[in-house]
Design a protein around this ligand. Structure first.
Ligand code: SF4
Length: 302
């Protein structure tokens, strides 16, 4: 008989660092365009997989000397190589038990009918196949899914923080008709203490210090700082339409579709991780602190 324990064991053998399981009804009340139940109305369970971002993939950005590792091994490879491999094989494993399993990869980009950064329906992009259905494609909010699957809490940065890796992981999901035992919503030690370092250290100023967004998910109210996605994109990529902001002059070609992370997730990942490590809140421990030298600063061309 297929059960949650078996699914988790196989997912971890395939390379997942964390696995959480949600009853799909935890999405009750979700906006239609973001409700996974429309992908398969007979699905019972959403399995959420997390793969860690290696801490060392951020090292070259921390030192300001090597940006390729994070874009490649901390981002593109996780979303577009390792995770699809795990999704594919775990899907096969579940389907061998006679349950349908729909892999939901983290490579959606311009597929959804909503602009997920701004939460708005895209104009002239999509239409429903019938009035009661949402427009293709539905967008699954992976961080909310991970929250529903009990993997952690949403921090002020809007990143999902886990007790294992803090802000340092990426997610993908499998939606299945298998009725698996769900994990409880995370009720462990509080991770985000509203230190606001994600806000202060984001050189693009992408996270509002005052304005917040509140949503109800699985019977809980969660809140995060309002994100300016254009500023975030500028900080991350510094390229068109933000090319003029690139402080490093030349623009390398993208690697596994990702460009150089100019800002290197300075606030939402690095500052948050440094803080949570100092507070002893992350289980994935290292022999030395991450930040050993003064953080670099470069003037962006205005
Ligand atoms: S940096 Fe501080 S405020 Fe921001 S998400 Fe992390 S713990 Fe929360």
């Amino acid at each position: 008989m297929l059960n949650s324990k078996k699914v988790k064991e196989v997912a971890k053998k395939l390379g997942a660092d964390l696995v959480g399981i949600a009853d799909v009804n935890r999405f009750e009340g979700a906006p239609k365009q973001m409700d996974p139940r429309y992908i398969n109305p007979d699905a019972k369970t959403l399995i959420v997989l997390a793969l860690r971002i290696p801490r060392g993939s951020l090292r070259g950005i921390e030192e300001g000397t090597y940006f390729l590792s994070y874009s490649s091994q901390g981002y593109g490879s996780i979303n577009l190589i390792y995770m699809p491999f795990i999704l594919y094989h775990l899907t096969r494993f579940i389907e061998d038990y006679g349950y349908e399993a729909t892999p939901i990869p983290n490579d959606y980009y311009n597929w959804p009918a909503i602009d997920y950064g701004k939460g708005k329906i895209k104009e002239n992009w999509s239409k429903s196949v019938s009035p009661e259905k949402p427009m293709p494609d539905i967008f699954i909010h992976f961080r909310i899914a991970a929250f529903c699957a009990g993997l952690g809490e949403i921090g002020y940065s809007k990143l999902l923080l886990t007790p294992e890796f803090g802000p340092r992981q990426r997610f993908a999901c499998i939606l299945t008709t298998a009725p698996l035992e769900p994990d409880p919503i995370y009720e462990g030690p509080k991770l985000c203490d509203r230190c606001m370092l994600c806000v202060k250290e984001c050189s693009a100023g992408a996270i509002s210090p005052k304005e917040t967004v509140k949503v109800n998910v699985a019977g809980r109210e969660i809140e995060w700082g309002k994100l300016d996605v254009d500023a975030c994109s500028k900080g991350f990529q510094g390229k068109e339409p933000y090319k003029r902001y690139n402080p490093f002059i030349g623009e390398p070609s993208p690697v596994i579709i990702y460009s150089r992370a100019i800002e290197g997730a300075r606030g939402c990942i690095r500052a948050c991780m440094i803080h949570l490590e100092k507070e002893g809140k992350i289980k994935n421990k290292f022999k030395e602190p991450f930040r050993k030298r003064k953080a670099w600063h470069i003037e962006w061309e205005k």
